[in-house]
Design a protein around this ligand. Structure first.
Ligand code: NDP
Ligand code: GDR
Length: 374
């Protein structure tokens, strides 16, 4: 039987890399779109790279960009995918305030470009389309927890661009009968998470601090509440959504939320270090006694300083997000398997390994550069 063919934008990102692994394991031929970059940008997928000169190759990369219609159309024509996963995006909410027009071009119009290309090439009966929608659509939340029917009120240029992408996906389903669906995914993380998203920024910085490579972790809003899951669990659901008889939209979440401050505390606990929170709006030392109902033993007020820097505040903030994944459970029998505590432990393990290597280099006189942004 011929292999199923999948095409993924954003293959070099966190989700793209996990999804590619997942589909290769299932016996798919996987094609990914990568951007031209002056430095290598394929670190997350290098371990699954296959030499195109070999026989039986099932992993291919194509240069492309979501801002380039002719390029997307050509790749689609060449690949003729059974499944298209649109994971590519300018995905950083804070950056979208700095680059709103680019974010709209990539995240909103990029989605339209793909849908139009599918239609134009007559692939509308063949290619199933998945759109990476987001809990950022809820923004200023109207209902707790959020479900597939909760009204949207995005709070950033990123959220607004993704709102267009959400509706154009629904519109192409309703207008042209495309199998097109939205996964409304809540935050999901992993050791492969980009270094400027808050969880990875925290695990990386605390691991570095524990090895004497940095002195202080600067953060913005410590009180934001997020429903954090693991990317591995969430890509499984992306595939499941394209295996149904009819295309539908689904919320993917864990149904639990913790604050940024609590995540810092979890990470510190994992490292066995004591914290001190300082800065604007912080009026307590910040030791947290229980997270998700579990008592945090061995937590002390310590010397590791976490400082609030208003530079990381956003012009409009999404204060709280909490998803209800009941529809995914009922219709697709999907449930997340990895808890936020397990995920944090995995991220710390990975960042600590790197920090120890850097510390060793430093101790032996090598120049190292530990840049922290966010
Ligand atoms: P990442 O930021 O890790 O990956 C984004 C990917 O998009 C990268 O491969 C990036 O390429 C690529 N990309 C960026 N701009 C363009 C462009 N102009 N043309 C083509 N590709 C481009 O994001 P995640 O993997 O975390 O997220 C995947 C998708 O899911 C995104 O659309 C995101 O908005 C959405 N999402 C993510 C959630 C999360 O919590 N992770 C939650 C809900 C939705 P490069 O490597 O070159 O930068
Ligand atoms: P988010 O993720 O905006 O939810 O978007 P991020 O990790 O950037 O922020 C989460 C919350 O933490 C607060 N925060 C900080 N954030 C960053 N990045 N850096 C800081 O120093 C910092 N301090 C506090 C933020 O204000 C925010 O409230 C992610 C992305 O993956 C999107 O693409 C995706 O759609 C949504 O999750 C669901």
């Amino acid at each position: 039987m011929a292999k199923k063919v999948a095409l993924i934008t954003g293959i070099t990102g966190q989700d793209g890399s996990y999804l590619a692994e997942f589909l290769l394991d299932k016996g798919y031929e996987v094609h990914g779109v990568k951007r031209r970059s002056s430095l290598f940008n394929t670190q997350r997928v290098d371990h699954i790279y296959q030499d195109p000169h070999e026989d039986n190759v099932s992993f291919f990369m194509h240069y492309g960009d979501l801002t380039d219609t002719s390029n997307l159309t050509r790749i689609l024509k060449e690949v003729q995918p059974d499944e298209f996963y649109n994971l590519g995006a300018q995905s950083h909410v804070a950056v979208s305030f700095e680059a709103p027009e680019y974010t709209a071009d990539v995240d909103a119009i990029g989605t339209l470009r793909i849908l139009e290309a599918i239609r134009f090439l007559g692939l509308d009966k063949k290619t199933r389309f998945y759109q990476a929608s987001t809990s950022e659509l809820y923004g200023l939340v109207q209902e707790v927890p959020q479900t597939e029917t909760t009204p949207f009120h995005p709070r950033s240029p990123y959220g607004v661009a993704k709102l267009y992408a959400y509706w154009i996906t629904v519109n192409y389903r309703e207008s042209y009968g495309l199998y097109a669906c939205n996964g409304i995914l809540f935050n999901h993380e992993s050791p492969r998470r980009g270094e400027t998203f808050v969880t990875r920024k925290i695990t990386r910085a605390l691991a570095n601090i524990s090895q004497g490579l940095e002195k202080c972790l600067y953060l913005g809003n410590l009180d934001s509440l997020r429903d954090w899951g693991h990317a591995k669990d969430y890509v499984r659901m992306q595939w499941l959504m394209l295996q149904q008889e009819q295309a539908e939209d689904f919320v993917i979440a864990t149904g639990k939320q913790i604050s940024v401050r609590e995540f810092v505390t979890l990470a510190a606990k994992e490292l066995g270090i004591g914290l001190r929170f300082e800065g604007e709006g912080v009026d307590e030392v910040g030791v947290i006694e229980s997270i998700n109902g579990h008592i945090c033993h061995n937590l002390t007020v310590g010397d590791v300083i976490v400082k609030v820097d208003p530079a990381y505040f956003r012009p409009a903030e999404v204060e709280t997000l909490l998803g209800n994944p009941a529809k995914a459970k009922e219709k697709l029998d999907w449930e997340p398997e990895i808890t936020v505590e397990e995920m944090c432990a995995e991220m710390i393990e990975c960042d600590l390994k790197q920090a120890r290597q850097l510390a060793l280099l430093k101790a032996n006189g090598y120049d190292i550069n530990v840049a922290m942004e966010g």
